[in-house]
Design a protein around this ligand. Structure first.
Ligand SMILES: C[S@@+](CC[C@H](N)C(=O)[O-])C[C@H]1O[C@@H](n2cnc3c(N)ncnc32)[C@H](O)[C@@H]1O
Length: 276
């Protein structure tokens, strides 16, 4: 199993141990949860994607894990249903897991060319990615690419999509990759990453969910409770940084902790831990 990003740092900074209670708001493949359980802590683990929960097969079944499908924007209701508060800490490890990217079947990775552009992590999303690319007027697409991923080619890309979507039966990953390649000719890879990010954020309302979850999570913490957030791009990290600053909360350590993996995507990880 793949070791989750910043695992030791999370376990240390959250002071995992016996008699501690944690919410892992982004269960994924269970790496962080497993490490917290191994330290003797009790965990309420949540994931929006039911496949992530169904895939989990753990050797650890010591009655200290509650696993629940749900969106962390509803974190207070989810914790209340399990009478799981107050807690010592809440962890958000944002984005997608390796497994979702590799074999999710939802068009989340620009490498799976034959997949349809769906990208919904659960059924509550109003529109899938294909519907957005078919229905958004050019100006809304420009806003999406700029607001969700700071894409500098937003205007050209939106124009090209509006032209090329006409008459295509199914919008697949391969179709979108071709469109991006034709606009970002010299170095398409960073643009591909940002275009797929922008769409995924839009489909799953990721920024809105994070803002709501951070605000509501505070009420679930005990007196010494902490929140840890691992983000993978500057727009997510900006939401966390602003949330800490505007509320006058205290960040543990002067600087955030940065990912140090050999994998490029994991090197972009930023961990902020804070308390009231
Ligand atoms: C980076 S992975 C987490 C990996 C995990 N820490 C591990 O050790 O395997 C992020 C997970 O968060 C889930 N997720 C994304 N948005 C969510 C939301 N709003 N509510 C709950 N889970 C969410 C994704 O489905 C994915 O499984």
């Amino acid at each position: 199993m793949h070791t989750p990003v910043l695992l030791n740092e999370v376990v240390e900074m959250l002071e995992a141990g016996p008699n501690k209670k944690f919410i892992d708001a982004t269960f994924g493949e269970g790496g962080h949860t497993r490490a917290l359980l191994e330290k003797g802590s009790t965990v309420l683990a949540i994931d929006r994607d039911s496949a992530q929960i169904a895939n989990f097969k753990s050797a650890i079944n010591n009655g200290k894990l509650i696993l629940k499908q749900g969106n962390f924007k509803d974190i207070v209701a989810l914790a209340k249903e399990e009478e799981f508060a107050p807690v010592d800490a809440i962890l958000f490890d944002l984005g997608l897991s390796n497994e979702q990217l590799r074999s999710g079947g939802k068009g989340l990775s620009y490498k799976n060319l034959d997949e349809r552009l769906d990208m919904r992590l659960d059924d509550s999303c109003e529109m899938d990615a294909e519907t957005i690319l078919r229905q958004y007027p050019e100006k809304d697409m420009i806003h999406m690419f700029m607001h969700n991923a700071e894409e500098t080619l937003a205007v050209e890309l939106s124009k090209r999509i509006a032209l090329q979507r006409v008459g295509i039966r199914t919008l697949t990953v391969g179709w979108l990759v071709e469109v991006v390649n034709s606009v970002a000719k010299n170095n398409p890879r960073p643009t591909l990453t940002r275009v797929f990010q922008a769409l995924r954020v839009e489909v799953n309302s990721e920024f809105e969910n994070l803002e709501m979850a951070l605000t509501d999570s505070i009420s679930l913490l005990n007196f010494h409770g902490k929140i840890a957030v691992i983000s993978f791009h500057s727009l997510e990290d900006r939401i966390v940084k602003r949330f800490i600053r505007t509320n006058g909360y205290v960040q543990v350590g002067k600087k955030p902790v940065f990912g140090n993996s050999e994998l490029r995507f994991e090197r972009s990880a930023v961990l902020r831990v804070f308390h009231v």
